[in-house]
Design a protein around this ligand. Sequence first.
Ligand code: IMP
Ligand code: MG
Length: 190
Amino acid sequence: MSKITDCLVKDGYTPLLDKVLIDEPTLMSRVAELGAQISKDYAGKVPLLVCILRGGVMFLTDLTKKLTIPHHIDFMAVSSYGVGARASRGQPRITLDLNTDIKNRHVILVEDIIDSGHTIDHVLRMLQTREPASLTLCALLDKPERREADVPIGYLGFTIPNEFVFGYGLDLDEYCRNLPFIGTVKKEYQ
Ligand code: IMP
Ligand code: MG
């Protein structure tokens, strides 16, 4: 068993957690603000929210509940790093594609975090070739210090410092996506 698995099985996540960076009420109120803003900006249109699995799933499900306009949702999956976000980076690969034809649709791409920006840059370029009416990125978190690819973020939850975070969809070795807050990891588990 890995050190992280061992800790989670024996003692839960508390020993892994350095600090809560964004607590649940703060997340919920920001998601509600984003939902209201998107509802206003897309009034009269029927946007398609595209969630990037698996990290974006908590954000998508909370965001969709806060939209007051008709919309559709769909999912795609991209592998950017092999196993876990901390492994060395390779070329992003679409591992699950959309079921929806996005031609002439107003697409909102819902992503957990923009780090180097390479993953989302690749996805945006690929989706753009399918000729959507518009394509806008909605990211929960932004780590600008790590940016290598210049990606336009239309809607942003929070700007965070350059620290590895987990919870609320983001994983720590594929664990802890279920936590209702965003936390940082203790040095000895990084
Ligand atoms: P990028 O291509 O470097 O922007 O990679 C972004 C992807 O890496 C995100 O969609 C996450 O899945 C993952 N990632 C980046 N930073 C973190 C983090 O701090 N915690 C968990 N996952 C992360
Ligand atoms: Mg992701």
